[in-house]
Design a protein around this ligand. Structure first.
Ligand SMILES: [Zn+2]
Length: 421
């Protein structure tokens, strides 16, 4: 087992490896690595080298996920999954997704060939961000059997379908069903940077994710009358932008009053969009997230009611449409409790949190108990070249992961789960 000095060296190596993989990019001056783009091959080559050296057997599934298996003491033992994604957004940082994969590699290395009562499978997902096909989780969907034929027909901007992209990478889409996780999969665990400011503000290196928030996305169209900005006195106006503005501020106020609720209006489009014309129409977006589906759905209805009240008072009309209604996902309570214990064992507070962003763990949770460990993100900055991670936090994550493996290996609850698997 690794000593603390070793762990510090290992953490430095983890950070260096993330930097190495960040060199494999579709863009020459920034990081962009979308689903099965050529630089993904370079990532696979490097990762496979490290994984094989750690004693794992490496394969590539038909959805382009790199899978590495580190065998248990017994060949028929069930397996525990660790994973995260290798794809990035455009102009990305070096740690979102990649860090979770490399940390899993580091855990295997720390075992130094020692076998556990369960096998460990490391999964490096091919796609999570949804950049190339405007739809996320291509990699993890394959593991839960949700990469169906219709989904494979989604096309990127160049008219290349997911199916074509898989074939062009030298893989066979007909083999996607074999990418499904095995029946004897015990759980899925994921390390990921927090991508927010909470742990940094609390000065905590790690956090245990209890739930991934559900999301509502809606479009609100405020319809008034376009008219001359000079000749229409204020009392004669049906100004769509003013109505939308009144509502937008009310959205912010109502989310501030509701703990755990985050509400964002990220887009406004006004028509006709001229300085000397009163806006006849304002189209605005709403993104609403909460860990409780009930609170989220109630908040969406209340905000719609508020918009109706505003348009009625101002003599306008309103059109709304719901674009997404995604349920919240609870992480496995037993695993979260074990993560708490592992965090305490390494001298951290067992801080629990809700993830406002979607992650592969959310998809895996459909089939197996899942949980996540967040690492502090300095300045809360992510999806940006300035994204970073502290080496000492990476060391804590490795230490915490090793404790977690030890705990699970000796836990009677986990043994029961192993017998059922
Ligand atoms: Zn990510």
């Amino acid at each position: 087992m690794s000593t603390l000095g070793n762990i510090q060296t290992q953490a430095e190596e983890v950070v260096a490896r993330c930097r190495t993989l960040s060199l494999f990019s579709e863009d020459s001056r920034s990081i962009r690595r979308t689903f099965l783009s050529p630089p993904m091959r370079d990532c696979h080559r490097e990762l496979a080298k490290w994984l094989v050296a750690a004693g794992a057997e490496v394969t590539l599934d038909a959805a382009g996920n790199l899978r590495a298996f580190y065998a248990a003491t017994e060949s028929r033992a069930p397996r525990l999954l660790f994973g995260s994604h290798l794809d990035t957004v455009p102009n990305a940082g070096a740690y979102d997704g990649v860090l979770g994969v490399i940390l899993a590699v580091a855990l295997l290395e720390s075992l130094e060939g020692r076998r556990l009562p369960f096998g460990i499978e490391v999964v490096a997902f091919s796609e999570e961000e949804g950049v190339r096909f405007a739809t996320p989780f291509i990699g993890s969907r394959a593991l839960v059997g949700r990469l169906d034929k219709q989904f494979l027909n989604c096309q990127d901007r160049n008219g290349i379908s997911i199916r074509n992209a898989i074939e062009n990478f030298g893989l066979n889409p007909a083999e996607i069903p074999h990418a499904m996780i095995r029946q004897d999969t015990l759980a899925y665990l994921e390390f990921h940077i927090e991508q927010g400011p909470v742990l940094d503000s609390l000065k905590q290196p790690l956090g245990a994710v209890e739930a991934i928030a559900g999301q509502t996305r809606m479009e609100f169209v405020f319809v008034g009358h376009a008219n001359h900005a000079g000749t229409t006195p204020m009392e004669f106006r049906r100004d769509a932008i003013s109505a939308a503005a009144e509502w937008i501020l009310a959205v912010e106020r109502s989310a501030q009053k509701d703990p755990g609720l985050v509400a964002t209006v990220g887009q406004i489009e006004a028509k006709p969009g001229a300085t000397n014309v009163i806006a006849g129409q304002a189209r605005v977006s709403l993104d609403l997230r909460h860990r409780s589906d009930e609170i989220r759905v109630r908040a969406a209805a209340a905000l719609r009611g508020l918009a109706e009240e505003i348009v009625e008072r101002r003599g306008l009309t309103l059109r709304t449409s719901e674009l997404l209604n995604q349920r919240a996902v609870e992480m496995d309570k037993f695993l979260v409790g074990e993560i708490d214990n592992a965090m305490r064992s390494v001298g951290c507070q067992a801080h629990r949190m809700v993830s406002g962003a979607g992650h592969d763990a959310m998809i895996l949770a459909e089939k197996v108990p899942a949980a996540m460990i967040f690492l502090r993100t300095p300045g809360g900055i992510s999806h940006d070249p300035a994204e970073s991670v502290r080496t000492e936090d990476v060391a804590k994550a490795i230490e915490c992961g090793l404790h977690l493996l030890e705990q699970l290996a000796s836990s009677s609850e986990f043994q029961k789960r192993m017998c059922r698997a």
